[in-house]
Design a protein around this ligand. Structure first.
Ligand code: NAD
Length: 437
């Protein structure tokens, strides 16, 4: 099939590379000329495991190409995916749909023959109706079926998630699109991935409902962690005991510094706004957002407490900056609030992250950088483990202690065991675990 994808970011690029790998003929379009030029040279503008190899293979096989020319790419396509960003609109938290609508207008003028326009971007309920209206208004001749095909991939495991999804959701209002979208995903369908067809509005809602639920689940276990600390219970064992219940499930029950990233914060905000627009408040989600915001700031206070209540003039080493491991994505990462909270109280903060330092340099004024965990530990009054990259999972504790000015370890991801760290002479703080766990 001939497929065009507008937006070559995390979602568009992964979608393009995977669909090309299935054997489709894919053109990825981006308005960012530098990004397209780099991609044509085989350089990948984001860090995502295995993506570079997949892009190179499919570029080489002639199934994948990159362009800034949307009109040319769309003209021959049977399916056009919209995978541009839908960030929080400045000021009010609504999803900013201007990029989606701009693509819809351009697509309308270039389609030829029956074309499915599938929105992969996360968009509020009713956006598909507006995309259809925009296309019809811009080109009354266009024969288009607008589909909602939300994406559920996780950064850091995006290719695996795309190729082995739990489900594929496709919201349609035009039966002709069912055949086309089944053909797009046929290689996955053969692997038994459930293809869930719904109405378009329902598909749009499923994406927000799923993300908000996961954000709530994380926030629930984070609050439980605080209660466990106060009551002398161990949140990790609580999570395990809960998660073994199939009705609950063990995923997203890891207590930590609060959720971040490019999706949960903006999608929970947008769902609250959608609820307001429809006069149907999303109170659980509102509370989830508020708790999470407070939590990120509380993490800086936790570090300060571990340092004896004062960090002015002290050096704090930070391990990990991205919102989770295996990505370079710094959007809304809890590290931003934590580092700012420490800088505000007069600390010097030196951080190391395997992939996030380029983006962090732009985002956090005053933050300094080291070249490794051990480099960051040099002369530090405390080390804070913020993101659980694999390389932070089995650090040489004796070497760290020797390098540091004071042996204080604040482990916001519960990577280490208390007894192991204490044996090396560290004062150890983790999340929701009593001393000794
Ligand atoms: P991104 O910011 O990484 O990429 C968006 C790309 O679209 C950019 O490269 C931008 O230059 C390009 N673009 C913007 N306007 C354009 C236009 N008119 N024509 C061509 N290109 C244009 O965004 P992302 O993280 O890939 O997210 C895209 C959408 O997918 C969002 O709605 C997001 O919520 C959703 N989503 C993201 C993830 C994720 O993990 N990142 C997962 C599921 C869903």
């Amino acid at each position: 099939m001939k497929i065009a994808i507008a937006g070559a970011g995390y979602v568009g690029l992964v979608t393009g590379a995977c669909l090309a790998d299935f054997g489709h003929d894919v053109v990825c379009i981006d308005k960012d000329e530098g990004r397209i030029a780099a991609l044509r040279r085989g350089e990948i503008p984001i860090f995502e495991p295995d993506l570079a190899g997949l892009v190179a293979t499919n570029l080489g096989a002639g199934r994948l190409s990159f362009t800034t020319d949307l009109a040319g790419a769309v003209a021959g396509a049977e399916v056009v995916f919209i995978a541009v960003g839908t960030p929080s609109r400045r000021g009010d938290g609504h999803a900013d749909l201007s990029y989606v609508y701009a693509v819809a207008r351009e697509v309308a003028l270039s389609v030829s023959g029956f074309t499915v326009v599938a929105t992969k971007s996360t968009v509020p309920v009713g956006t598909g109706d507006e995309v259809a209206r925009i296309i019809a208004a811009a080109n009354p001749e266009a024969d288009v079926a607008v589909v909602s095909n939300p994406e559920f991939l996780r950064e850091g495991a995006a290719i695996e998630d795309f190729k082995r999804p739990d489900r594929i959701v496709v919201g349609i209002e035009d039966e002709r699109a069912r055949v086309v979208m089944t053909e797009v995903y046929r290689p996955l369908y053969l692997n038994q991935a459930p293809l869930v067809f719904t109405g378009r509005r329902t598909a749009e809602m499923i994406k927000y409902a799923a993300n908000a639920f996961l954000a709530m689940k994380i926030t629930f276990i984070n609050e439980m962690a605080d209660l466990c600390e106060a009551a002398g219970a161990d949140v990790q064992q609580v999570a395990r005991g809960m998660g073994l219940d199939n009705r609950i499930g063990s995923k997203f029950l890891h207590a930590g510094p609060g959720f971040g990233g490019s999706c949960f914060p903006k999608d929970t905000q947008a769902l609250v706004r959608i609820g307001e627009d429809f006069g149907s408040p999303m109170r659980l989600v509102e509370t989830t957002i508020a708790i999470n915001e407070q939590r990120k700031r509380a993490m800086a206070r936790r570090v300060i407490a571990a340092c004896g209540g004062e960090v002015r003039g002290k050096v704090i080493g930070v391990l990990g900056l991205t919102f989770k491991p295996n990505t370079d994505d710094m959007r809304e990462a809890p590290s931003i609030d934590i580092v700012r909270g420490l800088l505000d109280k007069g600390a010097r903060v030196v951080a190391y992250d395997p992939q996030g330092m380029v983006a962090a340099r732009e985002l956090i004024e005053g933050l300094e950088f080291g070249e490794s965990a051990y480099d960051v530990a040099e002369g530090a009054d405390a080390l804070v483990l913020v993101t659980e990259w694999n390389e932070f999972r089995s650090l040489d504790l004796a070497r760290l202690k020797d390098a540091m000015a004071a042996p204080v370890l604040v482990d916001l991801r519960n990577v280490y065991r208390h007894d192991e760290v204490a044996r090396h002479g560290f004062a150890y703080t983790s999340i929701g675990r009593p001393a000794g766990a």
